[in-house]
Design a protein. Structure first.
Length: 116
């Protein structure tokens, strides 16, 4: 598959995730996920936060000693972002394409090969 085809698939999956999040009730957001000790809200925040630009991620990551679980806890704290805000962020990321992916993948059109 070429890079454009890959990104069309990524965009489709992001849009499906945004559709799902936009349809959740308050109770569904609070449900435990398959990730130990994380709610559906925590996982959704993690997925949307993983796709922010470096300048948006750097301060929270440093404040949390680069621990992803602590960054997610901060981002999901009361008053930081609403359920609707998480869904809206997911929707924006669904339309963002390759230039808007997280700092680990920025500027890459495909994953790096494994070292031989």
């Amino acid at each position: 598959m070429d890079s454009d085809t890959n990104w069309r698939h990524v965009d489709t999956q992001r849009a499906l995730a945004a559709d799902l999040l936009e349809g959740l009730s308050k109770q569904q957001w609070a449900q435990p996920s398959l990730c130990t000790e994380w709610s559906v809200r925590d996982v959704a925040t993690h997925l949307t936060f993983a796709q922010v630009r470096l300048r948006e991620a750097l301060i929270p990551a440093l404040r949390a000693d680069l621990r992803d679980d602590l960054v997610v806890r901060e981002r999901t704290s009361p008053g930081h972002v609403s359920d609707e805000g998480i869904a809206a962020q997911a929707r924006r990321r669904a339309r963002s394409g390759p230039a808007e992916v997280g700092p680990c993948h920025a500027g890459r059109s495909r994953p790096r090969s494994k070292p031989r």
